[in-house]
Design a protein around this ligand. Sequence first.
Ligand SMILES: O=C(O)CCC(=O)C(=O)O
Ligand SMILES: [Fe+2]
Length: 288
Amino acid sequence: IFKQTFKYYKQKATQPSFDDVIDFKNARNLDSVIVKQVPSPSNDLIGELGLKYKENWEIYELKKVPGLFIIPNSFTDKGRRMWANKCVTEYFKKPHETNVDPFDDNPDKMWESSYSLSLLKCCPIWKLRWATLGYHHNWNSKQYSEQPCSELPSELRKTSKLFASMIGTDDFKAEASIVNYYHVGNALSPHDDTSELYLEAPLVSLSFGLSAVFLIGGTSKDQKPEALFIRSGDVIIMSGASRLAYHAVPRILKPTSDAQLKSSSVADNLDLFMSHSRLNINIRQVHS
Ligand SMILES: O=C(O)CCC(=O)C(=O)O
Ligand SMILES: [Fe+2]
């Protein structure tokens, strides 16, 4: 059943209907969520992590998927740029690992001098699909390395700790991170994340760039998933029962007209890339 819903939203022949997709921006189908308010973090942290200043933070929990929290639209424009920039200039470099390690010999070539989208698309940056940080996840054995290759960057540790504390987990240890790079037409197949040795801790997930449809169900693939839009700056937390739930990203939405390409200059390579990409940074605790 999960697979059917996945295929429905992934289809390319016709555009699927998004009527059933929970949307925090347009407040659609929000009768399926519970809202909770938590006090704002300190101003220092807000500024450093590129978060929005808000009196109170609103956290939504899906009624049908207890433990699945969404904190929409958490970052400022500048903050979103800062995070995107880290994904395309830092997180793919050693000691982190990626699917395109050969390019690591010459990481600065990732953005080789091209100002138009067609040229830019030839750059190695478009071939990046994932990077792993901290304890590296081995995709084949589905196991984490014994030793962390590095400590996670401090902004990843601080951000994940902060969001984990918003749902009441004060002792979250950020030990591993996977950064996913998506473009229109890409998808992430249904899976559960159970390689971590300690599964009681929440998983914190940040998204930037293009919007996506996210599906999350239960621990069985026979359970019909809920669909929700994840937009740039949204934070998702999988905790409790939802931590072990099947989930997937069947569709990356095409850029809307307001994301039209800006003028051609080197400084805008990031805008250009981001108007055609979705970046997801998820942070995990591996050990108890
Ligand atoms: O891209 C996403 O939002 C989800 C990524 C994910 O599920 C994973 O990396 O395990
Ligand atoms: Fe996952």
